[in-house]
Write a protein that binds this ligand. Sequence first.
Ligand SMILES: *[C@@H]1O[C@H](CO)[C@@H](O)[C@H](O)[C@H]1NC(C)=O
Ligand SMILES: *[C@@H]1O[C@H](CO)[C@@H](O)[C@H](O)[C@H]1NC(C)=O
Ligand SMILES: *[C@@H]1O[C@H](CO)[C@@H](O)[C@H](O)[C@H]1NC(C)=O
Ligand SMILES: *[C@@H]1O[C@H](CO)[C@@H](O)[C@H](O)[C@H]1NC(C)=O
Length: 240
Amino acid sequence: MNICCFVTILLLLHSCTPGDGMDHGIVGGHVSVPHSRPYMVYIQDSIKTKEKCDGFLVREDFVMTAAHCHDGLRHPKVYLGVNDTQFLPHGIEADSFPLQDFENRAGNDIMLMKLKTPATLNKTVAIIDLPNPWNDKISKDCLVVGWGSTKYDHYSPSTVLKELNVTLKNLTNCFDPDVICNEDPLGPSQGDSGGPLICGGVAQGIVSFNMKQSNGYVTGYTRISQHLLWINKVMKPHKP
Ligand SMILES: *[C@@H]1O[C@H](CO)[C@@H](O)[C@H](O)[C@H]1NC(C)=O
Ligand SMILES: *[C@@H]1O[C@H](CO)[C@@H](O)[C@H](O)[C@H]1NC(C)=O
Ligand SMILES: *[C@@H]1O[C@H](CO)[C@@H](O)[C@H](O)[C@H]1NC(C)=O
Ligand SMILES: *[C@@H]1O[C@H](CO)[C@@H](O)[C@H](O)[C@H]1NC(C)=O
């Protein structure tokens, strides 16, 4: 199944199913306190600067994002410690490692990016924890963060980071055991691809797609805990 023609991949300017006229979006949200989400990473193509995704820092030298961002971001630059995307700091080049077969399997929508210059951690640049392999329980109170659209029906990105509390209602599969689906009238929209779903302080999901339903949207997040072996393989050896 090609998920693209069934659901909306939350990539900038990439829409298969137009939404309705809802006036919220990501992230329905509240503007984040500046620099309060220091793991958030803004990713832009250095040539086609309209192509962008979100990501999050998981080690000094690695950013995690969605694999469907790969096509638009062939010459990626990552920006750390961003408050307002109109004032980007110096970008860092990165090599991309998308999980194989992500075009055909919703649950494989995960990509790691290795920074050519590792980040220096400070008050505005920090790492977020990944799930640990001994505990696959996911706290239901979560937060989703992004610079994506504030409307579902047309692209109107936010230049400042926004965030929304979401409660996971039902953790059963929607397409794939490797996808966390959540139904909510508000949530991530275009341009939020690759951002984190943070539950109990841990990055448990990656914003992947949404799907319009009668009473709101279902958002699909790649379930990070299903890919820990692959993550460890790509991120080894540790060269801080
Ligand atoms: C963050 O960006 C907003 C919008 O440009 C600005 O008003 C605010 O002062 C900035 N805060 C910091 C700490 O840079
Ligand atoms: C933290 O690091 C970022 C990115 O390297 C840099 O832009 C920022 O100025 C640094 N902040 C402090 C407080 O050193
Ligand atoms: C979001 O959830 C956190 C933690 O449960 C809580 O402290 C915060 O007040 C909530 N924010 C909003 C806007 O509801
Ligand atoms: C929630 O999960 C149950 C199975 O555990 C299923 O029967 C039900 O349809 C699901 N509800 C939604 C809204 O997905």
